[in-house]
Structures are given as structure tokens and as C-alpha cells.
Design a protein around this ligand. Sequence first.
Ligand code: DER
Length: 212
Amino acid sequence: MDVEQEKRLAAEAAAELVEDGMTVGLGTGSTVRYLLPALARRRLRIICVATSPRTMRAASELGLDVRPFDILDHLDITIDGADQIAPDGWLVKGGGGAHTREKIVAAAASRFIVIADSRKPVDALHGPVPLELLEFGLPATLRRLEPVAVRTAPRSPDGGILADYHGAVEDPATLAERLSATPGVVGHGLFPPRLVASVLVGRGDSVERRTV
Ligand code: DER
């Protein structure tokens, strides 16, 4: 299995869904790194919004028109990777620490397209679930979230503390509700199926397309 080829195939298939004149949300991660050149090659008149400084830099260097996400209140399409993809469309995202922005950009789009290699589909979601936490009152928040570990990695693009919830994920909807309701949690990496339009998974030398 050539994982990089699978990422590239899924990303290139997603790039073909973008049409001239669209507004496009760009995710973050190594699969999106294949999306950006595929989009740039098509020389479309599109306006893009990036979910992280590294995506913004990479997209701008390729000549894509990247604008701050304060001039638009809606996107035609958002394309992003995922860490895990459950059969019912629940996702775990946030390995790259940009999940709070990614969820905002995914939710703002008419269509959210997930691109992934064949390692990402799972039978059932499992931890860790990425978290973004407010620094204020961090010890108290961590106590409420046990089992949880704070990452040593850099902070989120908005300066939040990155951590991971290491508990069971039997029922993603219940856990998502609990995490969203926990004071101090700014964002978490559980993305519900209602956000996802379709999933493009590279498998070998082809792309499996699944509508959620
Ligand atoms: O951090 C994120 O949410 C990324 O989108 C991640 O879920 C996928 O990263 P990858 O494309 O490098 O596997």
C-alpha cells in the first residue's frame, strides 16, 4: 500500500469537484498538502480560506487566492483530511491541532468533503480525541476531563492548549455532547456525520467515494 499515492489520488479527486468562482475551505494536514497543488494546477478563479497558518502559507506560495475568514460567511465547499472515519460518517480530526478552525470552516460550507488514505476508515472510533482548551483554569478543566493528556506540541492557531482525551469513544454523539459542554473546552475533534457530504478514500490506485 502506497499511502502517499492514496492521499494524492483522494486529494486530486476532490480538487476536481471545485468549480470556477467557488469559495473553498482548505483543511490542514498531509493529505491536504496534495490538494493544494492539484487546485493550483487548475488555475480556477476561486477564493480560499485556510484552517491554519501552514495551509495559508502553502496555498499562497502556490498562487491560490487565500483570504482571511472574515470577509465571507459561507463557503461553497470545504475539503479536509481526517484521522479516523467511522462507517456512519463520524470523524476524529485534530491530529494536526487545527480542529477548532477546521470544524468552523467545515460547518460554513455547503459541502464538506473528506479526503483520506485507506488507513483512515475504522470499524469504530477510538481515542485519543484531540481537544483545544482555554489556558485559564486549565488544571480544573483537565480534572474534569480525565483521562486526558496535554500535548507538548505547539498550541492551536488561536493559542489554545492542545490536549487529547484518552477515554473510550463507545458513543461519539454522547461524548461529543459531554466535551462540548465541559467548561474550558474550546473545541474537540469529534465531527458529526451531519457535517460531512462525502468521503473520498484512496485505495491502491483508485478512489472509493462514499456519500454520508
Ligand atoms: O489535524 C487534522 O484534523 C487533519 O486534517 C488530520 O485529521 C488529517 O491529517 P493527515 O491528512 O495528515 O492524515
